[in-house]
Each structure stands twice: as C-alpha cells, then as structure tokens.
Ligand binder design. Structure first.
Ligand code: PAN
Ligand code: ZN
Length: 186
C-alpha cells in the first residue's frame, strides 16, 4: 500500500497536497463587483477579501478529471453589501460542482440562464450541489471568515462574464443586522 499524498483538515478545510495552488483577491481587484461604487472607492484597496487554495491533480482542461479547493472569504461589507466572491459560470456550461461549508456562515447566490436567482443558506456542514448552467457566488454574511470546500471538473473553466453582462439577478445586502436578498437594479 502507498501512503496517501494529500490531506484535508476537516476542522478548517486546510489542504496539504502536492503543488498546492493559491490566489487572493483584494478589494482593489474587485472592480465593478459591488453595488456601491463610492463606498468601494473609500476602502483600502489592499484589503484582502478572499483567498482560494486548490489542488489540480490533472492538467486544467482535462476531460473527466476533478479539482479540489478551499475558499476563505473575510467578513466585511462595502456599504451594506457583504464581502463575496466574484462569481462565475463554468466555461463548459453544463459542468456542476459541490460546495461544503466548513466554518462560518453565508449565502450561496445562484442564477440560472433564464436569470432566475435564489440563495441557499451556508452553515457548517451544509452541502450544496451547484448544477450545471448555474452561475455561483459565495457571500459571507457572518462576522468571522467563511471557509468553503469545493470539488469541480477539471475541464469546467471559469467565465466571469456574469459580472460584466446581465449579472446575478440579485444581491445580498445587510438590513437591520440581517442579510436580505434584493433584486439587482444594475
Ligand atoms: C470555486 C471558486 C472560488 C472563488 O473554487 O473559484 O470560490 O470564486 P471566484 O472564482 O468566483 O472568484 C469554484 O466555484 N470553482 O469552480
Ligand atoms: Zn465554480
């Protein structure tokens, strides 16, 4: 038997894998994502909003393979809009994905091709099947980092056009201390 070469710490989702990939997104890089442009401009562009670590056991684009990742979004808001990921479609539109919330709490914002938009509650242990043809974005509505494990096909690819085009059909905003789903007007 060979020893395993990759590990997940289930307490915090941390990955110990060969060739760990990582990226981070700062507020200054998230142009045009948040509704309140003035509030966004007043914040420190160096503020880290989220980080992603992932494992590519096969070359990106490989048909039939899988990737495994961890996303950590800091708590915070731009105006009354919570920190969130950019959100995307998969380039190969029918590719699905699993998300599991490890720690923290939030909302998974989903938009299908007809523009129908809904949100699922993310809480430790919540398991989310993101079907193909559905754009997805994680929103941290809590006061601690949210950590989400994901598994997706290695040929899925990421298409961020959802932010420049018609966009998500709704936003998650804070109102009187609670998150609410508000139809997008922009
Ligand atoms: C995730 C996301 C990750 C970061 O691994 O890529 O949460 O979000 P953005 O890619 O929208 O910036 C995933 O959905 N992979 O397919
Ligand atoms: Zn995805």
């Amino acid at each position: 038997m060979n020893p395993a070469s990759a590990f997940v710490n289930w307490a915090d989702g941390a990955l110990q894998v060969p060739g760990l990939q990582r990226s981070e997104k700062k507020l200054g890089q998230l142009t045009g994502i948040f509704r309140d442009h003035q509030a966004w401009q007043k914040l420190d562009p160096e503020t880290i909003v989220y980080r992603v670590w992932w494992w590519e056991p096969v070359v990106p684009g490989t048909e039939g393979g899988l990737f495994w990742g961890l996303t950590e979004i800091q708590p915070g808001r731009v105006g009354n809009e919570y920190f969130m990921t950019r959100g995307h479609w998969h380039v190969i539109r029918n590719r699905a994905e699993f998300y599991v919330t490890v720690t923290g709490s939030g909302k998974l914002l989903l938009t299908d091709r007809t523009g129908r938009t809904w949100a699922e509650d993310m809480t430790p242990g919540s398991l989310h099947y993101v079907a193909g043809e559905v754009a997805h974005r994680i929103v941290n509505t809590g006061d601690m980092p949210i950590r989400v494990t994901a598994c997706w096909p290695s040929d899925a690819g990421h298409d961020y056009e959802v932010n420049e085009g018609r966009g998500f059909g709704a936003r998650i905003l804070e109102e009187q201390g609670s998150p609410i789903l508000v139809p997008a007007q922009d």
